[in-house]
Design a protein around this ligand. Structure first.
Ligand SMILES: Nc1ncnc2c1ncn2[C@@H]1O[C@H](COP(=O)(O)OP(=O)(O)OP(=O)(O)O)[C@@H](O)[C@H]1O
Ligand SMILES: [Mg+2]
Length: 345
């Protein structure tokens, strides 16, 4: 296994505008990192450059301290799993998984041993003689994973590997991938645009926006301390409150309302709070409370979502409850100090 360093990587296609803009990051040995971002932000391009399938315009890809920018794809020994499983339709599961080892001209009994081992590890032992067309989507996905793992890659690269699976199977497969990654101590780069998925599976998450890194941190830190408005918005913060006038380091005044946070305001202009952290309370005089009127409500299954009109703009509130509150209800909201986060960009 290996440590991956990407250094000042840029890419433009045919001399056009840059789609990757000088990005740098390091992934530690045995670490599971997801790249998260909206469509077209450069996730696949980054992964393809790491794999050696695509040349960068500038910058370096470094593995264990060695610059491999010029090393061709087949000499990098990375495992790759794509959204389209790219299995050979005329080969059995066994033959599909054995393919890469045959190309490497390994001895037949070693091939047999390694393929069997990996098929068992991925729960495919019983299906070895089937053809891809005789498998479910999840089983095909497993074959593609087994094929990537059988060569004992230094680095496993996965580009939206679960996006063709239904919601339940997706969760099961992601747990399996995480289990295998830990068991085999793999270094993994996993591309997704599913926020929940990447938070569940990763040691760290790299959030990309228009060819740049917005934030690279643990899921917990990103969730509780998004750095920018882009990240906050991307991970479900829906309320953005302008910092009007600073009163002290952690207090500000906006539309005659005094609000406090636990974080230093510094040069920031906006704060944010998640809908489920806004409380509907009884007393209007407590710290960080304000009056509002419910404009609309929506049923979310476990809870209700309300849009509430206030002096500082409309605020989304999520509340666990059996029956909804009525529209036009006058309520008091609390923006708890510890849940009001400062966005520095
Ligand atoms: N071969 C190419 N020629 C020209 N432009 C390209 C090429 N491949 C990708 N691009 C452009 O580069 C940008 C990044 O593309 P990329 O495929 O990396 O996005 P992505 O983050 O993987 O998106 P998605 O979530 O939709 O897969 C896009 O604007 C895309 O149109
Ligand atoms: Mg992509």
């Amino acid at each position: 296994m290996a440590e991956l360093e990407v250094k000042q990587l840029s890419k433009s296609f045919d001399g056009k505008a840059k789609v990757l803009k000088d990005i740098s990051f390091t992934i530690k040995d045995g670490e599971f990192v997801s790249i998260l971002g909206s469509s077209g932000c450069g996730k696949t391009t980054t992964l393809r450059i790491i794999a050696g399938l695509l040349d960068q315009t500038s910058g370096q890809v470094i593995i264990d301290g060695q610059d491999i920018s010029k090393v061709p794809v087949h000499k990098r020994n990375f495992g790759m799993v794509f959204q389209s499983y790219a299995l050979f339709p005329h080969l059995t599961v066994f033959q599909n998984v054995a393919f890469g080892l045959k190309m490497r001209k390994l001895a037949t009994n070693e091939i047999n041993e390694r393929v069997k081992e990996i098929l068992n590890l991925t729960g495919l032992g019983e299906l070895a003689q089937r053809y891809p067309a005789e498998l479910s989507g999840g089983q095909q996905q497993r074959v593609s994973l087994a094929r990537a793992l059988v060569t004992k890659p230094r680095l496993l690269l996965m580009d939206e590997p679960l996006s063709n699976l239904d919601a339940k199977l997706r969760v099961k497969m992601r747990e399996e991938i995480r289990r295998l990654q830990k068991q085999l101590k793999l270094t993994v780069v996993f591309v997704t645009h599913d926020q929940q998925e990447c938070f569940a599976i990763s040691d760290r998450v790299l959030i990309m926006n228009a060819g740049k890194i917005e934030q690279f941190d643990t899921p917990e830190n990103i969730f509780h301390h998004p750095k920018s408005k882009f990240v906050a918005n991307f991970i479900g913060y829906e309320n953005f409150i302008n910092i009007g006038e600073k009163v002290d380091e952690r207090t500000f005044k906006t539309n005659d309302l005094i609000l406090k946070t636990n974080e230093e305001l510094r040069q920031a202009e906006v704060t944010t709070i998640r809908p489920e952290n806004v409380q509907i309370v009884d007393e209007p005089d407590r710290e960080n409370t304000l009056r509002g009127e419910i404009i609309s409500s929506e049923y979310l299954g476990q809870s209700f979502s309300y849009l509430v009109r206030t002096v500082i703009g409309n605020i989304y509130v999520e509340e666990a409850r059996h029956a909804p509150r009525s529209e036009n209800d006058q309520i008091v909201l609390e923006l708890p100090v510890k849940h009001l986060h400062v966005l520095y960009r």
